[in-house]
Design a protein around this ligand. Structure first.
Ligand code: DP6
Length: 364
């Protein structure tokens, strides 16, 4: 194995994915994020992205992580569950690479965190990709997918571009629970995701807490895994045929089904806002007026809508959205190709190699 060059940083870019059939509910509380059902998603292009620079150096006294300019503790007592996993993964990857230097990791999102646009998926996938490259681990994407899954389940899909399927798997250790590409990003270039931001504040119930509460208390949830497995096959058929009507329908049914199990959770979890519901009604009106589905909405663990449509119908969809109060911004994204390396000019670590560029300049 080639030894890593400790004094030069590695920078990568990765993107979120939007699930057409959602992951909601884990098989157990092992922390491995093994899901109860398979899911399928579209990886977005770099309109929204995470950039991550990683540096291993003997000059560093501890592992340090900065997200959007702020230090996120990854060692010591008061760290989040996700940071604890991240640290375990970092240690694990260092061990395999035979590296004992500390790491400086600097990550920046180009979109609001915690707004249901899966910043954790984009962040974790990009981090695992960057670490693997920085440590010269030559990991296969499948291995990266399994690793990223353990930081945040949906992240395992962001290791690939295009349309990506995450097979739930059955093994207790999660070794057969990983994502793979089903169609590459050039297969259906006209497909777009119009993201309607209605609220960019942090969510009230984290998705990790939501997964557990729904599995534990929802009566409706029992029917979800089988419904979702069928949905994944339906999406594969719809994409293969480039059938927007069929695709949109399956996407909307799955989003509604997942949010129904959330509402059925005790105490109930409601991620949709009044503006989200207006979007739902308006998209149905639009589809009815067209006599077929030309657009499909889907919502993650948050109120922002992702409207899947094709370029041909973009103007009609935008016109419909313009009639809704409460949409603060729309962002349009095509399918993207998954994480890739960037050059030195994009490095987020300063020339001395010991601190992030712009540190402490972005605090509100
Ligand atoms: C609603 O991947 O954020 O976006 O594994 O606990 O990190 P953890 O959960 P997370 O759950 C995302 C769920 C979802 C649907 C999806 O992306 O499939």
């Amino acid at each position: 194995m080639v030894k890593p060059d400790f004094d030069s940083a590695t920078t990568a870019i990765g993107t979120p994915n939007i699930a057409f059939i959602k992951y909601w509910g884990k098989r157990d509380d092992s922390g491995l994020n093994t899901p109860n059902n398979s899911s399928i998603s579209m990886t977005l292009d770099e309109t929204l992205s995470t950039k991550t620079s990683v540096l291993f150096s003997e000059r560093l006294g501890k592992d340090t992580l900065y997200i959007n300019g702020d230090e996120e503790p990854i060692e010591g007592g008061r760290i989040s569950e996700k940071s604890a996993y991240l640290k375990r993964i970092l240690d694990h990857m260092k061990r395999i690479a035979g590296v004992d230097h500390h790491a400086l990791i600097v990550s920046e999102n180009s979109f609001p965190s915690g707004a249901g646009i899966a910043s954790s998926a984009s962040g974790a996938a990009t981090l695992v990709f960057a670490l693997s490259e920085a440590l010269n681990l030559e990991m296969a994407r499948k291995e990266m997918s399994i690793t990223a899954r353990q930081i945040s389940g949906s992240a395992c899909r962001s290791l690939f571009g295009g349309i990506v399927k995450w097979r739930a798997g059955t093994e207790k250790d999660g070794s057969d629970s990983y994502a793979e590409q089903v169609f590459d990003s050039s297969y259906w270039p006209e497909l777009i995701d119009i993201i309607a931001i209605v609220d960019s504040s942090k969510k009230r119930v984290s998705s990790s807490a939501g997964h557990a509460a729904t599995v534990k208390t929802s009566v409706l949830y029992g029917a979800r895994p089988a419904f979702a497995e069928n949905g994944v096959s339906e999406i594969e058929r719809a994409v293969a045929a480039k059938d927007l009507n069929r695709l949109s329908m399956a996407i909307m049914r799955d989003s509604n089904n997942m949010h129904a199990t959330m509402l059925d959770t005790w105490p109930p979890i409601m991620y949709l806002s009044d503006a989200s519901k207006d979007i739902i009604y308006k998209v149905h009106e639009l589809n009815e007026s067209e006599g077929k589905c030309i657009a499909g909405y889907t919502f993650d663990a948050g109120p922002n809508a992702h409207i899947i449509t094709s370029e041909e119908h973009r103007d009609r969809v935008m016109e419909t959205l313009s009639e809704i109060d409460g949409i603060r911004e729309t962002i349009e994204s095509h399918m993207g190709g998954g994480p890739r390396l960037l050059g030195e000019k994009d490095c987020l670590i300063d020339e001395a190699g010991i601190a992030p560029k712009n540190s402490n300049t972005r605090k509100e």
